[in-house]
Design a protein around this ligand. Structure first.
Ligand code: HEC
Ligand code: HEC
Ligand code: HEC
Length: 190
């Protein structure tokens, strides 16, 4: 809402500026000006910056079984669909409809060391190298869900990132339930 207000304010200000500068020169608004102003007014009313229905934290807050046939949108579904998009096949170690916890993904997608530096311990990619760009570069994720680092992370008392492996019980700002601390499913990252 704040963004929309700011946009409307900016547009009103620009309109006022254009009108006053035209009046100062004793000219009238050209058709082109009027058209641009009308377009701006339309946009300010209709730019769909969606309100968030709820703050979601932890993978299963979004990756749950929503379609029994396709498996959308379990973590298993994401694995199969994305491997296929590369023209490959994901190891069939779970069914597409299984609500697999992220800890299972890490069995193969934890970061490798030595010869596997920069890769996953078993898989070509570490999970972080998959999910960081895939979420943070998704306009849909940012706009629809207001996604950010704290969608998947908590920072603990000694400054370490933790991974939110379960759906977090949150208030309207995304703060965890004070009666359930430390956050259930907030696991250390290796
Ligand atoms: C707030 C909702 C939300 C949460 C929480 C979330 N995701 Fe996602 N995830 C999405 C959306 C939306 C996409 C699809 C993004 C797109 O393609 O625009 C996605 C895509 C993915 C993909 C596909 C990656 C690719 O290459 O396209 C994987 C894997 C994934 N998520 C894993 C995770 C894991 C693991 C977690 C928890 C650590 C997590 N997600 C938390 C919403 C979420
Ligand atoms: C048994 C090991 C194993 C497990 C467990 C595993 N993966 Fe994978 N994953 C792989 C391998 C191997 C590939 C590479 C497949 C290929 O490209 O040939 C892969 C590929 C992927 C890809 C495609 C990346 C790309 O763009 O090429 C995604 C996304 C993915 N896995 C996500 C997941 C998620 C999410 C989980 C947990 C639900 C998971 N994986 C569990 C081994 C595993
Ligand atoms: C979609 C979920 C998701 C989002 C969003 C996300 N991360 Fe992560 N992050 C992960 C996962 C998964 C790992 C790897 C966990 C593992 O390997 O055990 C990780 C690992 C990390 C680590 C490594 C921590 C360590 O101790 O090794 C850092 C640092 C980090 N993320 C920072 C960020 C920052 C900064 C942002 C926001 C710009 C962000 N992450 C957003 C899922 C996410």
């Amino acid at each position: 809402m704040k963004k929309i207000t700011l946009l409307v304010l900016m547009m009103t200000f620009t309109t006022a500026l254009i009108i006053s500068s035209c009046q100062a020169r004793g000219t009238e608004l050209s058709d082109e000006h009027i058209e641009a102003l009308d377009a701006a007014r339309m946009l300010s009313q209709y730019i769909p910056l969606p309100a968030l229905d709820e703050v979601r934290r932890g993978c299963p807050a979004c990756h749950m079984l929503a379609n029994e046939e396709t498996g959308a949108y379990t973590l298993a579904y994401e694995a199969f669909v994305r491997a296929e998009a590369r023209g490959h096949q994901h190891p069939q170690v779970f069914a597409i409809t299984d609500e697999v916890n992220v800890t299972r993904c890490l069995d193969c997608h934890s970061p490798g060391t030595g010869e596997r530096d920069g890769k996953g311990i078993v898989a070509p990619f570490s999970l972080r190298d998959i999910v960081h760009p895939a979420h943070n570069n998704s306009q849909y994720w940012k706009l629809k869900y207001g996604g950010n680092c704290f969608t998947c992370h908590n920072v603990n008392g000694i400054g370490e990132f933790q991974l939110l492996s379960e759906k977090v019980d949150v208030d309207e700002k995304g703060l965890p339930n004070p009666d359930k601390l430390p956050i259930p499913g907030a696991i250390p990252i290796n």
